[in-house]
Write a protein that binds this ligand. Sequence first.
Ligand SMILES: NC(=O)C1=CN([C@@H]2O[C@H](COP(=O)(O)OP(=O)(O)OC[C@H]3O[C@@H](n4cnc5c(N)ncnc54)[C@H](O)[C@@H]3O)[C@@H](O)[C@H]2O)C=CC1
Ligand SMILES: CC(C)CC(=O)C(=O)O
Length: 472
Amino acid sequence: MRKLTLSGHGEGDEEMVERGTANTKMKEKNKVTSKSINRRLIDWRGVRGKGQGAGKSGSNSSSDQPVAMAVHLRLSAGRSKFEFQVKKNFANFSPKWAAVRCSDSAPSRRRYTITLLPGDGIGPEIVSVAKNVLELAGSIEGIEFGFKEMPIGGAALDVAGVPLPEETLSVAKESDAVLLGAIGGYKWDNNEKQLKPETGLLQLRAGLKVFANLRPATVLPQLVDASTLKKEVAEGVDLMVVRELTGGIYFGRPRGFTTNDNGEKTGFNTEVYSSSEVDRIARVGFETARKRHGKLCSVDKANVLEASMLWRERVTEISSEYPDVELTHMYVDNAAMQLLRYPKQFDTIVTNNIFGDILSDEASMITGSIGMLPSASLGESGPGLFEPIHGSAPDIAGQDKANPLATVLSVAMLLRYGLGEGKAAERIETAVLETLNKGFRTGDIYSAGNKLVGCKEMGEQVLKAVDSRVQC
Ligand SMILES: NC(=O)C1=CN([C@@H]2O[C@H](COP(=O)(O)OP(=O)(O)OC[C@H]3O[C@@H](n4cnc5c(N)ncnc54)[C@H](O)[C@@H]3O)[C@@H](O)[C@H]2O)C=CC1
Ligand SMILES: CC(C)CC(=O)C(=O)O
């Protein structure tokens, strides 16, 4: 199988590699064809879900806290593979009731090592909830987890002086999947660039080479009233933003501050994409659309930006490999407007790093709250990175007000895309729906007639729901 590279980032990439990873920069620019993508997709599919495949096993760290198990198998396998199968709308699942816990009679146990990166602000609160949900859903499905908690962001700056300690990255790389809370906070806002929490997250994404960021935005029937849009506009929205994650203006060089001819201080950045970077994310976009409703909208600013002109040219070229997918192009300013005007027109959106960041935050409000949206970041190989799309919410940190559901749903994505454990993922998604059906709401999604709860209570309710729906 061919390897994808992080080519085309310029010096920014070198910096990431030097500071954050032990890897050397890969110069090789392999062309990745749809054939090789398809082969990879076949490789990704289901390697872990059949009982014998399991994670890098046997690594019992001191922080491992496996749930009680009657059977403890140590299984070993290669790296995590991603099942690239996009669930359309988990709201439609109809769970089955059953009365008994079946973990102890499961045909085989799988064991995975998960790196937990709680980070800053509300990060530790939401990761704690999501970890418990992951452990319980896993135990019911015969999955055992070993957890390694590592510092990142401001928390890492405080203990290690850098936002991504080398050890954090190497532990993450060695694990089967990585769960991140969020990074950032007022305390570090005025730090120089290399000592910002945000730089640690960018280094992590680059270090794990997770170039494809999947951000689903689904309006759940239970939360239509929480949307800021009219019911008839929000109802039924189910879209997926495929965001390029390791290139573009967040990484491009040159960047920095200088002084212009008038003696004024100026700041500058570079939006840069190579053909191979666009091709590989375009193929992920087409593959995703193919498994959804067959519609892909590529969002760019090709009327102004050269990087977007190349983007549009390459996406159009790649579309010939996907005659079954309907491709449209849209300028980002129009896309921002159309998302509010008529969001149901979108099925799958593929776009660059910064547009994807902004449009997915916008899409989150259609669904009710940014506290509801999960994400999966995947690369060609190695562990995936799973995180809510929101930030560290310093305004509500430490107050038990955070909505943990985006992180809980990120854990479901971790199970499905990161480990190929679809049943456990479904169990969690179903439990979230059931909890919402019972009327439990954190402040961000609260509407009259529901029960206002904090982060911890919401977590407890999801755990109850996970536990109550046991199916063998
Ligand atoms: N992936 C990450 O770790 C990200 C980190 N950040 C960082 O987070 C910090 C705060 O950034 P903001 O722009 O304020 O974005 P934010 O997403 O942290 O917060 C925006 C608003 O949404 C609310 N919110 C966010 N998540 C919530 C949740 N789970 N439940 C309830 N309410 C929630 C916050 O209270 C706030 O009012 C900054 O340091 C920023 O750099 C921002 C975006 C992504
Ligand atoms: C480095 C991050 C803080 C950028 C961001 O907002 C995101 O990717 O969600």
